[in-house]
Design a protein. Structure first.
Length: 75
């Protein structure tokens, strides 16, 4: 397994852990997702997949938005 494959699998595992933690309603799931999507962005750039890179950028922004939304006090 080369470095690029390892990077892709690391991102995938982090994203799956993020999904699980989000289902359990842990706020730090957003941080795990952000890390996974950031690694996936690097992976996408290395394999020259523009669509995956674009998706990763959008998801990082959604992760930031979700994290900020969950941090707000409930009214």
């Amino acid at each position: 397994m080369d470095f690029i494959d390892l990077l892709g699998w690391t991102a995938t595992i982090l994203l799956l852990i993020g999904y699980y933690l989000n289902a359990k309603k842990y706020i730090y799931s957003w941080i795990i997702w952000m890390a996974g999507n950031s690694i996936m962005l690097i992976y996408a750039l290395l394999i020259q997949s523009n669509s995956l890179a674009f998706l990763s950028i959008v998801l990082v922004f959604l992760n930031i938005f979700g994290w900020h939304s969950w941090r707000k006090p409930k009214e």
